[in-house]
Design a protein around this ligand. Structure first.
Ligand code: ATR
Length: 294
């Protein structure tokens, strides 16, 4: 456990922040200000609520004010792309940027939500390459998961959604990008047509989110018997009904808090050109856990 060194704001203090609307419920300041205190970096991270129509001014103003980096949240993850001077390949593919890194002449855009999910899966011991992945949901979070799993060369990906048309659209997009039919869209109730007995399941719907803790998007015992690893992108509650069912039938499970942690850690690494060790990641995780407690 590293001692924390409080930041003294002076003439050298660097500023990072979050732009979005709303921003009041964010946990990102806990991640970045804890990292700054652990490393003794003279850096502070603050949320900025940006009103509709002001995103371009916000990015220009941040650059003018020598802001080192920004996270971008709802509803600006797509809109901000028109303001970046460079963009990471994966962020470009999925059309969403959540991190701006200061470079000459402006900001480079990254998607550390995806990179954070990748690191969280790896740390949890869930292998994706050559594995079958079942994604529950076809919204924004599911989209990130589907592009990531295709990028990591999953053997096959099934996107299961209540509205089949959304699953089909997502499948078309990922398949055309991958140049092969890697994603199959299905109605959630048709899960049993999946021709594999064992898979990784990623729960990317909003069902089961606190306070609706007892809800789960799919209850069939047969489905859970096939889940070797179940990753719920929800982290409030810490153990969702989906996770309980995965564990009940012998699979391993994890919630989405590590994804939140690593999207922040990767942004901090990009801003400060460092690599954060797993020991330090664990220390920040504990702070984050306290922050998100209901
Ligand atoms: P996010 O950005 O968190 O992914 P989203 O884009 O609103 O949020 O997507 C929410 C996902 O949860 C969708 O897949 C949605 O299914 P539909 O596309 O059919 O709306 C899914 N979802 C939300 N409530 C649901 C419910 N009661 N039953 C099944 N799926 C639900």
């Amino acid at each position: 456990m590293k001692d924390l060194i409080p930041v003294t704001i002076d003439g050298h203090t660097r500023l990072c922040g979050l732009i979005g609307n709303p921003v009041e419920h964010t946990s990102s300041p806990a991640i970045h200000n804890t990292l700054a205190s652990i490393y003794g970096h003279n850096l502070v991270y603050v949320p900025f609520k940006v009103e509709n129509g002001y995103i371009e001014n916000a990015v220009d103003g941040a650059y003018a004010l020598n802001v080192l980096g920004l996270n971008v949240t709802v509803p600006y993850k797509s809109d901000v792309i028109s303001k970046v001077v460079a963009i990471d390949d994966l962020a470009k593919k999925i059309g969403a940027v959540n991190t701006l890194v200061r470079v000459d002449g402006g900001y480079k855009g990254y998607n550390t939500d995806i990179l954070g999910l990748e690191r969280a899966l790896k740390v949890a011991g869930a292998q994706i390459e050559d594995e079958v992945v079942v994604i529950l949901g076809a919204g924004g979070a599911a989209r990130s998961a589907a592009f990531l799993c295709a990028h990591l060369n999953a053997k096959a990906i099934y996107v299961l959604n209540r509205s089949l048309d959304k699953a089909k659209n997502l499948a078309d997009e990922v398949n055309s990008d991958a140049g092969r039919e890697i994603v199959t869209p299905l109605n959630i109730s048709d899960w049993n047509v999946i021709p594999y007995d064992s898979f990784v399941a990623i729960q990317a719907t909003s069902v089961g989110l606190s306070p609706n803790d007892s809800e789960v998007v799919l209850e069939d015992e047969g489905f859970y018997k096939r889940v070797q690893f179940g990753f719920d992108l929800i982290y409030r509650p810490a153990t969702t009904t989906f996770m309980k069912l995965v564990e009940k039938y012998g699979g391993k499970s994890a919630n989405g808090l590590a994804m939140l942690l690593y999207q922040g850690i990767i942004a901090y690494e990009l801003w400060n050109e460092i690599t954060v060790s797993e020991d330090i990641a664990k220390q920040v995780y504990k702070v984050l856990e306290e922050t998100v407690k209901p």
